[in-house]
Structure formats: C-alpha cells, structure tokens
Ligand binder design. Structure first.
Ligand code: THU
Length: 128
C-alpha cells in the first residue's frame, strides 16, 4: 500500500540540491489539519550553509503559519534509513516531542518518536 506522505517525501527528495554530498534527503511534515509541507536538502558551495530537508520543511510550515504537526517522514537513499540530524531534532522539538517520524530508505523503513531521538530535550518550557 502506498503511503501518501512517503510519496510526498520521495517527490521532495527528487528535488534535493546536493551536488557536493550526493546525499539526497526529502522530508514531509503533516500538520494537525492534514496539510503537508515539504523540504529537501539544499547544499551550498560554502558547505556550512547547507540546510537539511527536515528544517526546510519546518520553515515552510512556519512560514505558512502552521506550527502543529502530527507526523513526519524522512526519505534518503540508505538502509537502514537515516534519522534526522541533531540540529533538525532540536528544531522539530520546538513544536512538540510527541511527533512520530518515519525514516524511509530504498528497502526498509523505521518508526521513531522525536522524544526518543532527543531525550532530555531543551525546549520552550525551559524559558517560561
Ligand atoms: N541532511 C539532511 O537533509 N537531513 C539530515 O537529517 C541529515 C543530513 C543532508 C545535509 C547534507 O546536504 C547531506 O544530507 C549530507 O550531510
């Protein structure tokens, strides 16, 4: 059965701009009302300016006024599937640690929860 959120993330992955690493990543972030926001990694000749797919998706959602999410999918070309990097975990955590995240590779898939990927997270509640 095809999962539309995985298909969406694969379509985003196809648009990755990754001429330096050749590591293409697509992310799909589903909001609590079902709207889907996409991101792909965008590299730069000044390597450190690269943005990951997951953060690109978060920024697209926030730019559209959306900050509540119910699910995320991250697609890459490795098995076992790549999990979000530390920076992306932190940025996702801003909007809720309960988030289920599917990692998808060419041959396998893994399910995580953000709270497991980022234990003892620092977040907005520490600033209240
Ligand atoms: N990358 C992502 O897009 N998401 C991650 O969670 C890990 C890494 C990208 C950044 C860079 O363009 C390439 O993968 C290799 O690090």
């Amino acid at each position: 059965m095809t999962d539309p959120l995985i298909t969406a993330a694969r379509n985003a992955q196809a648009r990755a701009y990754a001429p330096y690493s050749n590591f293409r990543v697509g992310a799909a972030l589903e909001s609590s009302d079902g709207t889907v926001f996409l991101g792909c990694n965008v590299e730069n000749a000044s390597y450190g300016l690269t943005i990951c797919a997951e953060r690109a998706a978060v920024f697209a959602a926030v730019t559209a006024g959306v900050t509540r999410f119910r699910r995320a999918v991250v697609v890459s070309n490795v098995d076992p599937p790549a999990a979000p990097c530390g920076a992306c975990r932190q940025v996702l955590a801003e909007f809720g640690l309960d988030l289920p995240i599917d990692g998808v590779g060419p041959k396998s898939a893994v399910k995580w929860r953000l709270s497991d990927l980022l234990p003892a997270a620092f977040g907005p509640e520490q600033l209240r």
